[in-house]
Design a protein around this ligand. Structure first.
Ligand code: ZN
Length: 173
């Protein structure tokens, strides 16, 4: 049985200011339920909320704007003006190309190339150390882009049972 609480008691509650579950003092009761609490850490008074209640409302809020990333993605795809082509490991891609992967849909190569290109400028520097570092970073970035495109999809397939509730949806054939 839970002990009956009253004003002046200590209780763990979610602080709206600290955004954490912290020690609070009960300020006001509403019958048997706690109405108002005061945070012992920051001293602010607010409505009583448990950590679980906060998590629940946050989850609901997330659901509401779940369409936003898709809208952003569509905008990104519209921006990439390159030709759409079917993803293949040995394929070559130019800036702006949309990679149409069999399973993973569309990805944009442009970003990876752009990042590498911004460092490639260093290779035209007058000082040899800059050229070396520039070349090193460019090769590192191209390698990581390659790894992302080859190993990440492979890992997603391998771990699909763990990553997704019902495995991957093989929407294309
Ligand atoms: Zn606080």
């Amino acid at each position: 049985m839970i002990e009956k609480q009253s004003a002046g008691d200590n209780i763990a509650a979610h602080c709206t200011k600290c955004k954490l579950v912290l020690d609070h003092v009960i300020v006001a009761m509403d019958g048997d339920s706690i109405a108002k609490v005061k945070c012992k850490t920051c001293g602010s008074g607010h409505k009583y909320r448990t950590g679980q209640e906060v998590k629940r409302t946050r989850g609901a809020a997330k659901k509401q704007d779940s369409r936003a990333p898709e809208v952003l993605w569509e905008a990104c795809l519209a921006e990439a003006k390159g030709k759409e082509r079917v993803y293949d490991m040995g394929g070559k891609y130019r800036i702006g190309d949309i990679v149409d992967h069999r399973i993973f849909g569309k990805g944009i190569v442009r970003n990876a190339v752009l990042f590498a290109a911004s460092f490639a400028v260093m290779m035209f520097a007058p000082l040899t150390p800059y050229v070396t570092v520039g070349a090193f970073i460019v090769s590192m970035m191209m390698l990581s882009a390659l790894m992302t495109m080859i190993y990440l999809p492979a890992l997603i397939v391998l771990l699909q049972g763990w990553l997704f509730k019902e495995g991957l949806q093989w929407s294309r054939s």
